[in-house]
Each structure stands twice: as structure tokens, then as C-alpha cells.
Design a protein around this ligand. Structure first.
Ligand code: G6P
Length: 472
């Protein structure tokens, strides 16, 4: 029976080293949930980096066995590979370029060589687990070369690729010295998916202008094959967030937080620490709100969760300092003995506490400079079971294409953002409910399971079409 293999840089597992042993904790991410029914099915597997350096061969073997029990196969990476492929080319070159922060991008051939070598390593790991007619679904920017590498070795395989970050304008892609190889790498797939039609258009334009390959109705004609390109806006596990929001644990947390905060109203912000997320701009907008509308002082607090991320990458460390300083400045200027303007947490929260924060917050500020989709926006919507609450959403998050009932803002316009905060805080309840209900209908319907099914069905269709073309 043909198998399906999922491939991503990171496996959906958190392995932690304690003094005595290793502990394995499944990741709570939406992708892992959505793909669960696929990679856990008989004979299928998820290939990726387990996020840990092994100390010796026996530990490697132990990790391999443990992961196999949950249908995962590890690709072990060395410290040098992590430095050059992951922190270097993936997060120091591709991440800033694809998010329109080209001024931060590194152009270093040694990093590129490491990126190619690690993509090749992933290729070998996948080949070891697949036959000629299997289906392989590759995920994200860390593995752009993998579809073509796999295609060379398995001409008949069904290969899908999904990009979880934006695909930028051709003007950014053309700056990369390795642009042609990267595009050709992606074109090894039968189906290439993006979150929005905008990203898809940028990709088709880059392929046409850089490789001279024409396309029609989302089909790219390469000299040997037709590649289908389409938009698949990713969703969340709606039920999980809606249920968590009314769970006993979450309610207990809400009560505890409420007592601590008394009557203060809550604006929520949750992100990984990343310069693409607009965290500093968000803080400035909150500061401006307190300046322009002094009546909110003492009445409203910003609850800001920043999840540590990629702290070995230089641009991330300086951002942390900027945020620390801004929070310090705002709190020092406005705080009173009984009121704290910004509650700042630099850590991650378990689902029940997160659910409590979503429930407690009257306003969520999701204001990235650029974001492929942004699932926090959708999680907030799913958690608002009483339909009270306002989402402020950046026009440059993929989610803005779907969630048009949010207050859509330009995140660089601090003044507009401060006004949106004020508008959200005074929005009549019936308007909140109408907007929230509309967004819930959409987020509920296009959840992570619908997304997975849509992609897999489309992939089978793309392959079917290839076969028809080949035989006519
Ligand atoms: C983004 C990327 C993912 C990545 C995640 C966490 O969502 O699209 O590929 O896994 O960030 O980043 P990390 O570098 O910790 O894997």
C-alpha cells in the first residue's frame, strides 16, 4: 500500500534532557494535530529534526526507538548544521527576505552550502522510508530544495510542498544570489501551496521572470512536468480552543487572574519573539493610547506574552533588549501603586492558561509587520465563546484576507493603531457580537482538518492530471 510521509524541519515533539533521562512531550501545535490522522496511520511517518543534540550512538538509537512509537523518524543535525543551515541560511537569509526585512539578510555562500547539504540529508532520510509511488508532503522554507531532490530520485512519487511563511514580491526574491536554485527546488513538487492568493501570485511572477516559465490558471509548465500552484489558508483546531476556553481549569485561571487584576480591562498580545511580529510598534501604540486618552490610565492593561525563539540568531537578541526597554519605560512612566500598564511575560504558557488569557482579554492585538497567516488571531476568535471581544489585525498578516470583520490596521501607523485600540475599547456589544460571530463561522468551517483534506485531495488531483497528460 502506498505510504504518505510528512517532512518538516522540526518534528512535532519536545524532548527535554533532565539529569537522569530524556522526556518526550508531543507538541501542541496546530499542524501536528491536523496532520495527526495522516502520519499516525499505518506505515506512515513524519520525518524531521527532533530539536536535540544526541550525545552518542546509544542515545541516538534510544531516541529513534521512542519516536518510532509515535510514527516519527529523526534527522539528527550537528551543532555546525544548526548554526549554518537553521540559524544561518533558513533564519538569517530566507526568513528576513521572505518577510520583507531584506536589510537583515545574510548573503554567505558557506551558509548556502550548509543549506543544500542539510536538504540533501533530509532527502536521504525520506528516501530510506519511501518507495517509488509514495506521497511526500514537504513543509516550509527550511526545505525549499527538497522537492526537486526527491523528484530526481523518485520521478513517480507524489510530492506536495506547502510554504507556511509569506512568499514575497519578485523584487525581494531577485536579490537572493541563489534564487533560481530555490525556485527550481520548489518546482520539484506536483502541488505547491501558499496561505493566500497574493503569495501565490508573487511565486508565479518570480517563476516567470526568473526562470522564464509561463503559467496559466495556477499551472506552471516546466520542460518536463506541469506543476499546480494554489492557495490554502491554514486553519486551527477550532474545537480544541473553544473547549479549552470553557474548561474548568481555564475558568479557575480566569478567576485567579481577575482577582489579581480587579476591574482592569485587558488587551492581549501573544507572539514568538520575532522582529516580523511588530511587538515594539505595538508597545508604542499602547503608550500613545495612554497619552492621547488619559481616561484609560488605571483602567486598561496590556498583557503581553512573548515566547522565546531562535535566541542564537543575532537579530533576535537585540529585539529582546528593545522590548525590555520599552516595557520598562512605559511602566516607569505610567504605573501607579495599584495599576501596572504592561504585564510582560517572556515565556510560553500551557494551553489552559492561554485559553484563560484569551477568555479574559477584551481586545487582542495581532499586528505583525508581516506574517504568513497568524494563527493567534484565529485562536482568539475560537476562544471567544460568548462572542464578546475585538480583534485588531494587521493588514499584512495572511489572516486579514479571511478575517475582514476584525479592525484591520496598518501596523506601521502607530496613530491608527492607538485609535483602533480606543475604538475597540468603546465598541458596543452588539457590534462585537456581529463581528465575532462572522469570524467564528469562517474559522470553524475552515479548520485545520479541512485544510489538510483540501491539500491532500488537491495533491491527488494534481498527480492524476500529470498521469493523464503523460499518457495522452
Ligand atoms: C514559523 C515557521 C515554522 C517554525 C516555527 C517555529 O511558524 O513557519 O516552520 O517551525 O515558526 O520556529 P522554529 O525556528 O522554532 O522552528
Amino acid at each position: 500500500m502506498p505510504r504518505t510521509v510528512i517532512v518538516s524541519n522540526r518534528l512535532p515533539i519536545k524532548i527535554q534532557r533532565t539529569e537522569e533521562n530524556l522526556t518526550f512531550q508531543p507538541s501542541e501545535g496546530g499542524l501536528a494535530t491536523g496532520l495527526g490522522s495522516i502520519y499516525r496511520a499505518d506505515g506512515n511517518v513524519w520525518v524531521g529534526w527532533p530539536g536535540l543534540y544526541v550525545q552518542d550512538e546509544s542515545e541516538e538509537e534510544y531516541v529513534r526507538e521512542q519516536l518510532a512509537e509515535d510514527s516519527m523518524a529523526p534527522v539528527f543535525l550537528t551543532e555546525a548544521e544548526i548554526r549554518d543551515y537553521y540559524e544561518g541560511f533558513s533564519n538569517g537569509t530566507l526568513w528576513p527576505t521572505f518577510h520583507y526585512f531584506a536589510q537583515l539578510a545574510l548573503y554567505d555562500d558557506a551558509l548556502w552550502q550548509a543549506y543544500k547539504a542539510v536538504n540533501e540529508k533530509f532527502c536521504q532520510a525520506v528516501l530510506a522510508r519511501t518507495g517509488p509511488d509514495d506521497t511526500i508532503w514537504v513543509h516550509d522554507y527550511q526545505l525549499l530544495l527538497l522537492p526537486e531532490m526527491l523528484r530526481q530520485a523518485r520521478p513517480n512519487a507524489t510530492i506536495g510542498f506547502f510554504l507556511h511563511i509569506p512568499f514575497p514580491s519578485y523584487e525581494l526574491i531577485r536579490v537572493l544570489p541563489w534564487r533560481d536554485e530555490l525556485l527550481r527546488g520548489m518546482l520539484g513538487a506536483d502541488l505547491i501551496g501558499f496561505h493566500t492568493f497574493g503569495y501565490m501570485r508573487h511565486f508565479l511572477s518570480a517563476v516567470s521572470q526568473l526562470l522564464g516559465l509561463p503559467s496559466q490558471n495556477g499551472q506552471v509548465e516546466t520542460p518536463t512536468r506541469t506543476v499546480l500552484v494554489d492557495a490554502f489558508p491554514m486553519g486551527i483546531d477550532y474545537g480544541r480552543y473553544a473547549d479549552a476556553a470553557v474548561s474548568e481549569q481555564a475558568l479557575a485561571h480566569v478567576q485567579e487572574y481577575r482577582e489579581a487584576l480587579r476591574d482592569v480591562r485587558v488587551i492581549l498580545s501573544i507572539d514568538r519573539l520575532d522582529y516580523t511580529k511588530g511587538i515594539a510598534q505595538r508597545l508604542r501604540a499602547f503608550e500613545l493610547l495612554l497619552q492621547r486618552y488619559p481616561e484609560w490610565r488605571g483602567q486598561v492593561s496590556l498583557l503581553m506574552v512573548v515566547v522565546p525563539s531562535r535566541d542564537q540568531v543575532a537579530q533576535y537578541a537585540s529585539l529582546k533588549e528593545e522590548i525590555d526597554e520599552l516595557v520598562g519605560r512605559i511602566n516607569a512612566q505610567y504605573r501607579t501603586i495599584s495599576w501596572n500598564p504592561v504585564h510582560y511575560f517572556y515565556r510560553s504558557f500551557p494551553l489552559e492558561e492561554l485559553a484563560a488569557l484569551y477568555r479574559l482579554a477584551e481586545v487582542a492585538m495581532v499586528t505583525p509587520m508581516r506574517d504568513g497567516m497568524n494563527l493567534v488571531a484565529k485562536e482568539f476568535v475560537a476562544s471567544k465563546t460568548d462572542q464578546r471581544g475585538v480583534l485588531i489585525l494587521s493588514e499584512r498578516a495572511g489572516a486579514a484576507r479571511e478575517l475582514s470583520d476584525a479592525l484591520i490596521i496598518n501596523p506601521t501607523d502607530t496613530g491608527q493603531l492607538a485609535e483602533a485600540l480606543h475604538e475597540a475599547l468603546v465598541m458596543p456589544e452588539d457590534e462585537q457580537i456581529t463581528r465575532m460571530a462572522n469570524m467564528q463561522t469562517l474559522v470553524r468551517q475552515y479548520d485545520i482538518f479541512a485544510w489538510t483534506k483540501l491539500f491532500m485531495d488537491r495533491l491527488a488531483y494534481a498527480k492524476g492530471q500529470q498521469l493523464t497528460l503523460a499518457t495522452t
